[in-house]
Design a protein around this ligand. Structure first.
Ligand code: F6P
Length: 527
């Protein structure tokens, strides 16, 4: 399968993407429309034959059957023996979803109801600030969405404290009034050291200001017992089950801060958008399926052509945290070295995902994207309309820049054109030298996802789209996208290093580098 695709890649080496547009229907043939969004992947090397082969690969990997198994609550997270059912959190029409023969929907809807009551109470109270304390999936989703949906945020201010670096909580609390601040401790396990440390610091901060902390904390966790031990009573704990992975959890209780900010109605619109994408993913044939297309184009670039990274470039300033969110979603899910059966992968795992909003990135790393020696497939996202009609000229410029970048990446500029442009200024060898610096190789692939407006439903559609894309990639790679053992070793070593940092244990047994760094710390502390 991979070999056939690699042979196809070799066969089209040197072919110019631009020339493929001689086929007048190319743009339509290599675009999909679903849930009001248009995904254009025509500015890539894909042709009919490659697209067919990629679709066949998805079919052979049994993507439809595995998708149905996920939605049916089968335990597809085999290394942890868990179902994968974040989709149940946005299953607003309450179609039964069975886990071990038991319908989970009544409990899901009951929790949503409790979230809404709590959110309304807080929005109607004199609370001015809500601080979400959580990390990874207990932070990135709501933090990303809070920024994305700023035009809808008419509730208290929300802050997101994640880092164990005391700077994070110290800087956040500086602007908060202890009497009018509520803390949300978001941790599926309620054991994560960063979150527990920050939560204790928050408690200490309230105590220092003489504020009684009862009623000041809410827990979002599967671990009611541990939340209770921290001092949060059960009626202020919003739980979720082990079939909701951390990086897929913003649709349920982990989204509480977002719900408080934008209100329960807009939060439901966000869920509806996600549910709409679920329906599309389940119902559309592979060849018309948006998540499948994103996955296949990504795999063509990463596993077949060997482009190690993927730039996510939202021309939507409010999606500034989307690349960080997608880093966890994609890299924690598909950054695996073995297949589900424990055999090492013989091809690359998921790509390195990175990015920044446009146009800012243009004035920073786009130099490398256009003229560097490595090819970076770019994924552009843009809204046809902005939220600031009075600033329409800004939005027009934004769109022009986004389209200009994908065009520039594809077209490039050859030596002859560069020479012509410099001809008046230089001549002879100097003209040649100057012209060569102004050559753009072009033929660099990009895709564009365009949507009407970044409203709650659209954000829901986009996030569900990316979730399902990760799923499809994982199925084709044959890996488990739903565990994350790779984060464990560092956690264990950090725990063991604690007493060495504090000086309670000698550094001698450590490797030379670690011991040297610890001694530097000790000298500075003493100093
Ligand atoms: O360390 C990785 C991780 O387990 C993520 O998968 C998760 O989103 C994050 O830590 C936070 O975990 P918790 O919600 O249990 O605090």
């Amino acid at each position: 399968m991979w070999n056939d695709l690699k042979a196809m890649a070799e066969a089209c080496e040197g072919r110019r993407i631009e020339d493929l547009f001689a086929d007048e229907t190319r743009a339509q043939d290599f675009s999909l429309t679903a849930c009001g969004m248009l995904f254009d992947f025509s500015k890539t090397q894909l042709d009919e034959g490659i697209w067919e082969a990629l679709l066949e690969m998805a079919d052979k990997a049994a993507v439809p059957a595995k998708r149905d198994a996920m939605f049916a609550g089968e335990k597809i997270n085999e290394t942890e023996g868990r179902a994968v059912l974040h989709t149940a959190l946005r299953n607003l029409d309450a179609r039964p979803v069975l886990v071990d023969g038991h319908d989970v929907m009544p409990a899901v809807l009951d929790t949503l109801d409790r979230m809404e009551r709590l959110a309304r109470d807080i929005r109607d109270s004199d609370v001015t600030d809500v601080v979400n304390i959580g990390i990874g999936g207990s932070d990135l989703g709501p933090a990303m969405a809070y920024l994305a949906l700023a035009p809808y945020a008419d509730g208290p201010r929300c802050h997101f404290v994640s880092n164990v670096d005391g700077a994070d909580i110290a800087d956040t609390l500086k602007g908060c009034d202890p009497e009018r601040t509520v803390f949300i401790v978001a941790s599926k396990t309620f054991t994560t050291i960063e979150t527990m440390t920050n939560a204790q610091t928050a408690k200490g901060w309230l105590a220092r200001h003489g504020v009684d902390d009862s009623g000041k904390f809410i827990a979002l966790s599967s671990n009611v017992e541990k939340a209770g031990a921290f001092g949060i009573p059960e009626d202020r704990v919003l739980g979720f089950e082990d079939w909701v992975g951390g990086r897929y959890s913003m649709w349920g209780p982990i989204g509480l801060s977002l719900m408080i900010a934008i209100g329960p109605e807009d939060f439901r619109a966000f869920l509806q958008g996600g549910q709409e994408m679920d329906r599309h993913f389940v119902e559309a044939p592979l060849a018309e399926n948006l998540p499948v297309a994103l996955a296949l184009v990504g795999m063509w670039h990463n596993q077949v052509l060997g482009y190690a990274t993927r730039a996510v470039l939202p021309y939507d300033n409010r999606l500034a945290r989307l690349p960080a969110y997608l880093q966890q979603l994609e890299m924690e899910s598909n950054g695996k070295g073995v297949r589900m059966d424990g055999i090492s992968l013989s091809y690359d795992s998921g790509p390195i995902v990175w990015g920044e909003p446009g146009t800012n990135g243009q004035h920073a790393f786009y130099q490398l994207i256009h003229q560097g020696t490595r090819v970076v497939p770019c994924e552009f996202l843009i809204a046809a309309r902005g939220h600031e009609p009075e600033l329409q000229h800004h939005h027009d410029l934004l769109i022009a820049n986004c389209l200009a970048q994908s065009e520039a990446l594809m077209r490039g500029r050859d030596l002859e054109e560069a020479r012509d442009r410099m001809a008046g200024k230089f001549e002879g060898e100097e003209l040649e030298r100057q012209a060569r610096h102004r050559v753009f190789p072009g033929n660099r692939p990009s895709t564009t996802l365009i949507y009407p407006l970044l409203d709650p439903a659209t954000l829901g559609r986009i996030i569900a789209l990316y979730e399902h894309r990760v799923f499809v990639e994982g199925v084709i790679l044959g890996i488990n996208s739903y565990d994350q053992w790779g984060v464990e070793l560092g956690k264990e070593l950090a725990t063991a290093l604690g007493p060495l940092v504090s000086g309670d244990q000698p550094v001698d047994g450590k490797d030379g580098s670690t011991a040297q760094l610890l001694r530097f710390v000790h000298t500075q502390k003493a100093g």
